[in-house]
Design a protein around this ligand. Structure first.
Ligand SMILES: *[C@@H]1O[C@H](CO)[C@@H](O)[C@H](O)[C@H]1NC(C)=O
Ligand SMILES: *[C@@H]1O[C@H](CO)[C@@H](O)[C@H](O)[C@H]1NC(C)=O
Ligand SMILES: *[C@@H]1O[C@H](CO)[C@@H](O)[C@H](O)[C@H]1NC(C)=O
Ligand SMILES: *[C@@H]1O[C@H](CO)[C@@H](O)[C@H](O)[C@H]1NC(C)=O
Ligand SMILES: *[C@@H]1O[C@H](CO)[C@@H](O)[C@H](O)[C@H]1NC(C)=O
Ligand SMILES: *[C@@H]1O[C@H](CO)[C@@H](O)[C@H](O)[C@H]1NC(C)=O
Ligand SMILES: *[C@@H]1O[C@H](CO)[C@@H](O)[C@H](O)[C@H]1NC(C)=O
Ligand SMILES: *[C@@H]1O[C@H](CO)[C@@H](O)[C@H](O)[C@H]1NC(C)=O
Length: 391
C-alpha cells in the first residue's frame, strides 16, 4: 500500500514537472464580410494537458463590456464549433448567414488549469485569450439588367453597383466561377457590361460581375438555354442475350430536369415511350446523363433507333442512337475468319515449300557466290583508289 502511495506521489510530481501552460500556435484572424456570408475563425493551442478551447463574444464597450460564451448551435443555430483534442487543441468557429448584428469582437480562450471552470476557486493560471473582429457590411446592391437571360440568341449583361462599401479597385466577369480573362479591368468603375453576341448551349451558365471592393461584391446573371443533348456513341453494338447499354449526356445550362427514352417503331416514324423498371428496360438518370439498359438483347425486337429526350423549362433536346444486335454466332465470325485464314495460309506455304524445294538449292548456289566475288573486287578497287588519294 505504501509503495502505491509513493508511486502516486512520483506520478504527480512527474506530471507537474512536464505540465505546460497553454500557448497559442494559431490565433483567429479578423475579417470583413457581407450580410448572409459566413465567417470562420480558427484557433490552435498547445499545452500539457491539452487545453480546452472556448469561444466568446464581447458585447458593449469597455468598461461596460459583457462576455457571452458561444456554444455550438448558438445564435439561432448559426454557430458551429468544430474542435479536436489530439496532440494539441484545434477549434474552428463557424458563423453562418451573417447579419449586421454579428459585427463585433470574438475571442478564443484556452486553459488547461484543472480548476479553470470552477466558479469558487479562481484558477491559478488564467485563461489565455486571443481576439479577432468580424465586421459585417450591408450587402452591396448591384442592379443587373436583365436579371436573367432565357432562350435568347444574344444579350448584353449589365451590372450597376449602387452602394460601394469602399473604393472599387477594378471589375471583371466570371462564368461558372471561372474568370473571363478578357473582361479583367482595373478601372475604378461601378458599372460594367458584358456582350454575349451569340448564345448557344456552350454560352449558357452562371455569369457574375465582380467588383473589387473590400469585401468584394458580385451579382449573378443566369443565361439559360434549351438543353443540348448528345449520344455518347451514336451507334452501339450488342450481342444477342447480352445487356445493351445506351448513354446520352448533356452539358448545357440548366441541365435537363427530366429525361425520357423512346424507341422508333415501324417505318412511319412512330415512337414508343420506354417504361422504366420492366424486365426488359431500366433507366438510370442524373441531371447530366441518362443510361438505358436493355436486358436480354433480341435480334428481331431490339434492333433499331432509340431516342433520348432531355427536358428543362426552356425546351428539350434530343439525340438518337442506332442499336445493332449481332447473333452469338456472328460474334464468332471474326474469330472463325482468322482461324480459316491461318489454316489457308499454312496450307499455301506448305504446298509452295514442297514444290519449290529441288530448284531452290541450285538457285542459292548460283546467286550466292557471284555477287560476293564482284563485291570483293569493287571493294578492293575502292581501297586502291582511296589509298592513292590519301597519298
Ligand atoms: C466539423 O467536422 C466534421 C468532421 O471533421 C465535418 O464533417 C464537418 O463538416 C465540420 N463542420 C463544419 C461546419 O466545418
Ligand atoms: C439568413 O437569415 C435571414 C434572416 O436574417 C433569413 O431570412 C434567411 O432565410 C437565412 N438564410 C439562410 C440560408 O439560412
Ligand atoms: C439586431 O439586434 C437588434 C437589437 O439588438 C434587433 O432588434 C434586430 O432585430 C437585430 N437584427 C437582426 C437582423 O438580427
Ligand atoms: C446606376 O444606378 C444608379 C441608381 O439607380 C443610377 O443613378 C445610375 O444612372 C446607374 N448607372 C448606370 C450606368 O446605369
Ligand atoms: C455587342 O456586340 C454586337 C456585335 O459585335 C454589336 O453589334 C453590339 O453593338 C454590341 N453591343 C454592345 C452594347 O456593346
Ligand atoms: C428506374 O427504376 C429503377 C428501379 O427500378 C430506379 O432505381 C431508377 O431510379 C429509375 N429511373 C428513373 C429515371 O426513374
Ligand atoms: C455530371 O455531374 C456529376 C455531379 O452531379 C459530376 O460529378 C460529373 O463530373 C458530371 N459529368 C459530366 C460529364 O459533366
Ligand atoms: C425557346 O426557343 C425555341 C426556339 O428557339 C422555342 O421553340 C421554344 O419554345 C422557346 N422556349 C421558351 C420557353 O420560350
Amino acid at each position: 500500500m505504501k509503495s502505491l502511495w509513493g508511486f502516486a506521489v512520483i506520478l504527480l510530481v512527474f506530471s507537474q514537472a512536464s505540465a505546460r501552460t497553454a500557448g497559442f500556435v494559431k490565433s483567429p484572424l479578423s475579417q470583413m464580410k457581407l450580410v448572409e456570408d459566413s465567417a470562420e475563425l480558427h484557433c490552435e493551442v498547445i499545452g500539457n494537458p491539452i487545453p480546452e478551447v472556448q469561444w466568446w463574444f464581447i458585447e458593449g464597450e469597455e468598461p461596460q463590456e459583457t462576455f457571452i460564451q458561444l456554444f455550438d448551435g448558438a445564435r439561432d443555430d448559426r454557430v458551429r464549433i468544430n474542435a479536436t483534442y489530439i496532440h494539441h487543441a484545434t477549434s474552428t468557429f463557424h458563423l453562418f448567414n451573417l447579419t449586421l448584428n454579428d459585427t463585433g469582437v470574438y475571442e478564443c480562450r484556452a486553459s488547461n488549469d484543472p480548476d479553470r471552470n470552477d466558479l469558487n476557486t479562481p484558477p491559478k493560471v488564467k485563461w489565455i485569450r486571443s481576439q479577432a473582429n468580424i465586421i459585417v457590411f450591408e450587402k452591396a446592391l448591384i442592379l443587373t439588367e436583365p436579371t436573367e437571360v432565357v432562350n435568347k440568341t444574344s444579350a448584353v449583361l449589365k451590372c450597376n453597383l449602387t452602394n460601394p462599401a469602399g473604393p472599387v479597385k477594378g471589375v471583371y466577369w466570371t462564368k461558372d466561377g471561372k474568370t473571363i480573362e478578357s473582361t479583367v479591368s482595373d478601372v475604378p468603375t461601378t458599372y460594367t457590361e458584358y456582350n454575349l453576341t451569340s448564345i448557344n448551349h456552350q454560352a449558357g451558365g452562371k455569369y457574375a460581375c465582380v467588383f473589387q471592393t473590400e469585401p468584394q461584391a458580385e451579382e449573378v446573371i443566369e443565361v439559360k438555354t434549351q438543353p443540348h443533348v448528345y449520344a455518347k456513341k451514336a451507334s452501339e453494338h450488342g450481342n444477342e442475350k447480352d445487356k445493351g447499354v445506351l448513354e446520352c449526356l448533356s452539358h448545357s445550362y440548366p441541365l435537363p430536369t427530366d429525361w425520357a427514352w423512346f424507341v422508333k417503331v415501324g417505318d412511319a416514324g412512330d415512337k414508343a415511350l420506354i417504361a422504366n423498371g420492366t424486365d426488359k428496360y431500366e433507366i438510370k438518370s442524373t441531371p447530366n446523363k441518362t443510361t438505358l439498359y436493355i436486358n436480354d438483347l433480341d435480334i428481331n425486337q431490339d434492333m433499331g433507333v432509340y431516342q433520348c429526350y432531355g427536358k428543362n423549362d426552356m425546351g428539350e433536346g434530343i439525340a438518337e442512337i442506332q442499336l445493332r444486335v449481332r447473333s452469338r454466332l456472328a460474334a464468332l465470325w471474326p474469330f472463325l475468319g482468322i482461324v480459316a485464314e491461318v489454316i489457308i495460309l499454312i496450307t499455301i506455304i506448305f504446298i509452295y515449300e514442297k514444290r519449290r524445294k529441288p530448284d531452290e538449292i541450285n538457285d542459292d548456289d548460283d546467286s550466292g557466290s557471284a555477287p560476293l566475288k564482284s563485291n570483293v573486287a569493287t571493294n578492293h578497287k575502292d581501297k586502291n583508289v582511296r589509298q592513292r588519294n590519301s597519298n
